[in-house]
Design a protein around this ligand. Structure first.
Ligand SMILES: Nc1ncnc2c1ncn2[C@@H]1O[C@H](COP(=O)(O)OP(=O)(O)OP(=O)(O)O)[C@@H](O)[C@H]1O
Length: 573
């Protein structure tokens, strides 16, 4: 619960209103049966003026109760929504500090469910608590006291009813508790399946996998449904049981009073207010059960959100390092690396130096560690051993903003965000002018298709950039990568979807317009890096060759093999 504590102070004004309104509401509910009893007594005594006076009081109390109830509902909803928004923002802010490894550990789908469904559960818990938590004890204790005061001889009916109702509630919740814990995991599973299948819809259709995908989804959704149905069953047995218990209690009271009416004629006036209080005691227990059910779900969600908030990012930037103006040299000194929670050594004892302004190609078979090497340069992960330096400074000692300004990493899979083309380009440089965008898109060979749009840079990017081809996406993400004139540019297989002519034009433009930039070009094809100043050759995580194309052709067996294979493929094609 300490997750929510700080917010209770923040909204103390609104909270005070919910507390006062709930007290007034419960007070009005308790007062009404007493007034009813007085009216009945006045009727039996034939005092009509008193009947009228109390009738007016009854109406006033009912209106006050109604107003207090409405105010309570409005403010409880307002406080709950505000607290949920605060917790959501805090959680999202925390996730932004996570390293790649932290996000992989939770998984994206899991974090999305925590940010949406779990926060929704917390909002419901806060709202029901504000509406019911205080109301329940006031109603319970007040109605119990007043019922006994009204007809003290019938105390045993109250005791039997309360014990039965508590036993029913305890039994139902003992069954329901574990099911609530299960639900969040099943929601996550269903969401992940839906997301994966919809994102990969082209693959699903082209491999005729609709039936399999449907079956997997149905199985997960069915499991979720089963748990929800079980919870529904438990709730639905509770309600008729409660009704039965209260009807029996009322019938018992009337029967008992009926038998005693000769001895106590005024009991007739009391019996209706007594049964009214019985119903209120019952209501208090039902409200308690309701709060418990939301609490059971809400507490699971609070725990899941706290887990995110309490996670210390595995990779942090030194906060007291000032911004630095770094040169574009890169140095790997005896670097080895394994992904978190994985024993396999992906990079082994890598050492090399790249001078500022050099163009470096990186080649190697698939899975040889090229992307991993690039990720270490951009400090998306820290090496397990050795140091990575840019501008002669260990990356662990580089200010985060300076690192992001110095190194621009164009990922293997081009990712654009929905909005406009300009919004995406400005992710590379916040204050990019139209001139900057024109220059960057010309380098990336994107200008020719963007300028065909009437709205040019304001052209919309749909969700998952579905309105662009693979090659257009790559060109836009290269433009975003070069727009800020980075000192170090990493292109991770970023031209793979471009035709040979466009790829050549991009390389020429980079050479011409970003002369001082140190460029790393990761490529499957040797032809893409043949003109690089130097080429690094990776093989199963080891650096097995380094030099120009001509040098490597002479002295690197791995390079010769890759080159020969690719040559043969070209001839066959
Ligand atoms: N997040 C990860 N967790 C665990 N292992 C990973 C992860 N990413 C990559 N690997 C493993 O690390 C090794 C190197 O992968 P990497 O992506 O760096 O290779 P690559 O040379 O860029 O391959 P490709 O040319 O196919 O893109 C592979 O064996 C891969 O399975």
């Amino acid at each position: 619960m300490d997750l929510l504590k700080p917010y209770l102070g923040k909204y103390k004004g609104d909270l005070a209103i919910t507390v006062i309104s709930v007290i007034v509401m419960a007070g009005a509910a308790l007062w009404q049966p007493r007034l009813l009893q007085e009216v009945m007594t006045a009727i039996t005594q034939d005092k009509m003026s008193r009947v009228n006076a109390i009738g007016i009081q009854l109406i006033v109390v009912a209106v006050i109760g109604l107003i207090a109830g409405t105010v309570n509902a409005i403010f409880a909803a307002k406080v709950a929504q505000n607290i949920a928004a605060d917790v959501r923002e805090k959680t999202y802010r925390k996730i932004q500090t996570f390293s790649f490894a932290d996000i992989e550990r939770f998984s994206v789908g899991n974090l999305v469910v925590r940010l949406t469904n779990d926060i929704q559960q917390i909002q419901t818990l806060v709202m029901t608590s504000l509406q019911a938590l205080l109301r329940m004890p006031i109603l319970f204790i007040g109605a119990l006291y007043l019922a006994i005061k009204t007809l003290p001889d019938l105390w045993w009916i109250i005791v039997i009813m309360v014990i039965t109702v508590i036993l029913i509630t305890a039994f139902v919740f003992a069954k329901m508790g574990p099911l609530f814990g299960k639900i969040q995991g099943l929601i996550e599973k269903t969401n992940n399946l839906a997301k994966e299948n919809l994102q990969g819809v082209r693959v699903v259709k082209s491999f005729n996998q609709e039936k399999n995908v449907q079956e997997n989804f149905d199985a997960a959704s069915g499991e979720l449904n089963d748990v929800n149905v079980k919870i529904g069953y438990l709730f639905s047995v509770m309600s008729p049981l409660f009704t039965m218990v209260s009807q029996l209690a009322i019938a018992g009271s009337i029967w008992f009073v009926g038998n005693q009416v000769g001895k106590h004629p005024l009991w007739i006036a009391s019996v209706s207010s007594f049964t009214n209080y019985l119903m209120q005691i019952m209501m208090a227990v039902i409200i308690g059960g309701m709060v418990m059910s939301f609490a059971a779900r809400g507490l699971v969600s609070i725990k899941r959100i706290k887990e995110v908030i309490d996670t210390e990012p595995t990779m942090t930037f030194e906060q007291d390092v000032p911004e630095q103006d770094l040169v574009g040299s890169v140095e790997f000194d005896d670097v080895s690396f394994s992904y978190p929670n994985d024993d396999m050594v992906v990079l082994k004892d890598i050492s090399f130096k790249a001078q500022a302004g050099e163009m470096i190609g990186i080649v190697g078979a698939t899975g040889s560690g090229k992307t991993t090497l690039a990720q270490l340069m951009a400090r998306l992960f820290d090496p397990s051993k050795g140091t990575v330096k840019i501008g002669g400074v260990d990356l662990k000692q580089v200010n985060e903003k300076s690192l992001r300004q110095t190194v621009s990493y164009v990922l293997q899979r081009a990712t654009l965000f929905s909005g406009k083309i300009a919004d995406n380009l400005r992710q590379g440089k916040n204050d990019a002018t139209e001139h900057d965008m024109k220059r960057a898109t010309e380098i990336a060979q994107a200008a020719e298709f963007i300028e065909r749009y009437e709205d040019v840079y304001d052209h919309p990017v749909e969700e998952r950039s579905s309105n662009f081809s693979g090659g257009q996406k790559q060109r836009l993400s290269i433009a975003r990568g070069v727009i800020a004139d980075p000192k170090i540019l990493i292109l991770d297989d970023s031209t793979s979807a471009l035709d040979a002519k466009s790829e050549k034009l991009v390389k020429e433009a980079l050479d011409r317009d970003l002369k001082d930039t140190t460029t790393f070009i990761i490529a499957e094809k040797i032809s893409s890096v043949i003109n690089a100043d130097r080429i690094l050759v990776l093989d199963e995580g080891k650096l097995v060759g380094m030099g120009s194309h001509q040098e490597l052709i002479k002295n690197s067996a791995v390079y010769q093999e890759i080159y020969a294979t690719q040559k043969a493929q070209e001839v066959n094609n």
